[in-house]
Design a protein around this ligand. Structure first.
Ligand code: ZN
Length: 439
């Protein structure tokens, strides 16, 4: 694709550096790894970091104790370290309780996870709400443990404490009180596509929105939360704010080598889905459409009955779909910064159009406006106009014809075949001349 040549080299370089710094950190739904991640993200964008204390009730859930882990390993009787947390933090099931025990193979076996169908990978597993401990290993390590003589020493140096769940938040105000939500999740340890790629894309997208804040119509609520419990906690502590949200995105799995696509929000005819579709068509990109499904990420919370926010996800190698999903092979060989930038550009374009989807009203509805009097009629005479001028004139005429305070610019774009960008530019021009007003 022609896009590759246009990609901003300094941006990919910057994203590469952050990928390398953030990838090794052991994140979970709570803990120091999440705070360290948020601190690093603050270098990109001025996030506020907030804490919800353990034990806080959030709807039907309760914020759990904070989990932290320092080290873990399995050794044989000769002191050989067969499994080492410092090689990969996926080796320990997230939220494992501490253990220090000598075990037979039969006992240890019930505390091991591996993927028979993908033996080169260490799987990713969690045990957030069931006390227990386990290790995750690849097929070779599993066989090595099975073959080892004598007992095996399993050690997990982890702790639970009354602490808090951390999240990051940034509000960017535009002219309108109505908001668009950008949400990503910070709870995954060393995996790159799910969802470190989404976290970095969100940070750089937030940065882009901050740079163009003066032009923004909508306000933007940008959150970095642990998945599920973090999104629930955010909704519970921001119930009134959430009602201002018009639509939004859960940004995840945006940096794989596979195809671009999007998961539709629950209402397939909602503007957010139509605008995403328009952008893919304009860019002539073949995309995969994933219709709304009840399984997924934090749209499960944001779109629940009480909130019903239309939330879509644009992805490159969507979660569930790629073979390395939730394994150690979802790593920095699988994810490339160029792919993240490619998806970032789609997000930027989609948001730019979404932000222009405004309703206008013609203040002079009785007969035609005399465009030349307002310097809105092309001065070039003759029956044919250069195409740029022709589109501008068409946009003005259609806007005057259709803007009755009840039709959005997206609907006018769909009806006329003109782009929402052209219509918006013309509408702003006529707004400045006092002919249109926001409806
Ligand atoms: Zn995941």
């Amino acid at each position: 694709m022609g896009n590759a040549a246009m990609i901003d080299v300094s941006l990919t370089h910057e994203i590469d550096n952050y990928l390398k710094r953030l990838f090794p950190i052991c994140r979970s739904i709570t803990g120091e790894g999440n705070r360290e991640t948020l601190r690093i993200l603050q270098e990109i964008v001025p996030l506020q970091v907030k804490e919800v204390p353990s034990g806080t009730d959030v709807y039907d859930w309760t914020i759990p104790q904070e989990w932290n882990i320092r080290d873990a390993w399995i050794e044989d009787e000769a002191g050989r370290r067969l499994i080492d947390f410092s090689d990969s933090n996926l080796h320990v099931v997230s939220y494992s309780e501490p253990v220090d025990a000598w075990l037979d193979w039969d006992e240890l076996q019930s505390h091991l996870h591996y993927r028979e169908d993908l033996p080169e990978a260490i799987p990713y597993r969690t045990t957030y709400y069931n006390l227990g401990w386990s290790f995750c290993v690849n097929g070779e390590q599993y066989e090595m443990l099975r073959a080892s003589k004598g007992k095996l020493h399993a050690r997990i140096d982890s702790s639970f404490s009354d602490g808090s769940l951390s999240y990051g938040e940034l509000l960017i105000s535009g002219r309108l009180k109505k908001e668009i939500l950008l949400s990503c999740y910070i709870c995954h340890p060393s995996m790159a596509n799910d969802s470190l790629s989404g976290v970095l894309l969100t940070a750089f997208l937030a940065n882009h929105l901050l740079a163009m804040q003066e032009e923004l119509n909508y306000s933007y609520r940008i959150v970095f939360v642990p998945e599920t419990i973090g999104a629930i906690a955010y909704c519970a502590t921001h119930e009134a704010d959430m009602r201002k949200i018009e639509s939004g995105f859960v940004v995840t799995t945006v940096g794989g080598p596979g195809k671009l696509g999007y998961k539709q929000s629950f209402d397939a005819s909602h503007p957010i889905n139509r605008i995403i579709e328009q952008v893919f068509q304009e860019k002539n990109i073949d995309r995969v459409i994933y219709p709304f499904d009840i399984h997924g990420s934090d749209e499960r919370q944001y779109s629940s009955q009480g909130f019903r926010i239309n939330v879509a996800s644009i992805s490159k190698d969507k979660y569930y779909e790629y073979p390395f999903y939730h394994t150690s092979l979802d790593n920095l060989d699988f994810v490339r910064s160029e792919a993240i930038v490619e998806t970032l550009e789609i997000y930027e374009k989609v948001i730019s159009k979404l932000d222009k989807n405004i309703i206008y009203r013609n203040k002079m509805p009785n007969c035609e406006v005399m465009l030349s009097k307002h310097d809105l009629y092309p001065k070039t005479g003759g029956s044919f106009l250069p195409s740029g001028l022709e589109a501008a004139l068409d946009a003005r005429l259609w806007l005057l014809f259709l803007c009755d305070g009840g039709v959005s610019l997206l609907e006018i774009a769909e009806q006329t075949g003109l782009s929402i960008d052209t219509l918006y530019d013309s509408a702003c021009e006529m707004e400045n001349k006092g002919i249109l007003e926001r409806g």
